[in-house]
Design a protein around this ligand. Structure first.
Ligand code: PEP
Ligand code: MN
Length: 267
């Protein structure tokens, strides 16, 4: 398919493996990324970094630029947030992942190992072109109204601009169901795996919207062939400034990591 020259598996049958600071995504092992929805203070991200490292995470996540639906909610600590995240990652020895919401922020991401493009920006083509000119791996989240072809087209934009280190992420789509925050589309994992050589991870936190659903969604994603998971973890969920209801405590997160490894081994 000419429109998917760089992303299609037809042209590149082997799986792409992305290496970041000692961690690998797509090598056949599960890569677990965990941390809070947003960085709230230097102490908060340091505590959670230690907790997720101890629980078996390979990378630390945390948002400094939050694309919140309401302008009156916490928007992130911006420059300071990135500094605290990078410091916490260095301290515990984990590469870090953070979301960019505008190309003007790129200069702040020099020490961020993976740049996340959020669901709401999946088709921000100007941003994708700028990220295509960086040497950084890009974690591209599926838009909640995007088809598999549209996800792949967005990945193609990044690759066509010169960056072949793209990781796809299923994070749920909008349906008529309102009990969950979004509907986790487990079919996208095997479907995208057959269409593209790029690694695919799953975010069970945002479709669930409820911490008690994160374990079953995580295990379903791994059973469907996900290369990894990105999970929101907070040691004090009651105090979380963003996405509190889906925040998992570190002990529960640790038990999901163990079970997910068991599922991965079983398949
Ligand atoms: C997030 O990862 O915190 C986030 C905002 O995710 P999404 O873009 O999938 O909504
Ligand atoms: Mn979040």
């Amino acid at each position: 398919m000419a429109d998917f020259e760089l992303t299609s598996r037809e042209n590149h049958p082997e799986n792409t493996i992305i290496e970041v600071g000692g961690a690998k995504i797509g090598d056949g092992n599960l890569c677990i990324i965990a941390g809070p929805c947003s960085i709230e203070s230097e102490e908060q991200i340091m505590r959670i970094a230690k907790a997720v490292k101890d629980a078996g995470a390979q990378m630390l996540r945390g948002g400094a630029f939050k694309p919140r639906t309401s302008p009156y909610t916490f928007q992130g600590l911006e420059d300071d947030g990135i500094s605290y995240l990078v410091k916490a990652g260095h301290e515990v020895g984990l590469p870090v992942v953070s979301e960019i919401t505008d190309a003007s922020q790129l200069r702040l991401f020099d020490d961020v190992d993976i740049i996340q493009v959020g669901a709401k920006n999946m088709q921000n083509f100007g941003l994708l072109h700028v990220l295509g000119k960086t040497g950084k791996p890009i974690l591209l989240k599926r838009g909640f109204g995007a088809t598999y072809e549209e996800v792949l087209s967005s990945a193609e934009h990044i690759m066509a601009a010169g960056n072949d280190r793209v990781i796809l992420c299923e994070r749920g789509i909008r349906t008529f169901e309102t009990y969950t925050r979004f509907t986790f589309d487990v079919s996208s994992i095997p479907s995208l795996k057959s269409l593209t050589h790029l690694p695919i991870i799953a975010d069970p936190s945002h479709p669930a919207g409820r911490y008690e659903l994160i374990e079953p969604l995580s295990l379903a994603a791994v059973a469907a062939g996900a290369d990894g998971l990105i999970i929101e973890v907070h040691d004090r969920p009651d105090e979380a400034l963003c996405d509190a209801s889906q925040a998992l405590k570190p002990d529960k997160f640790a038990s999901i990591v163990e079970k997910a490894k068991g599922v991965k081994a079983a398949i």
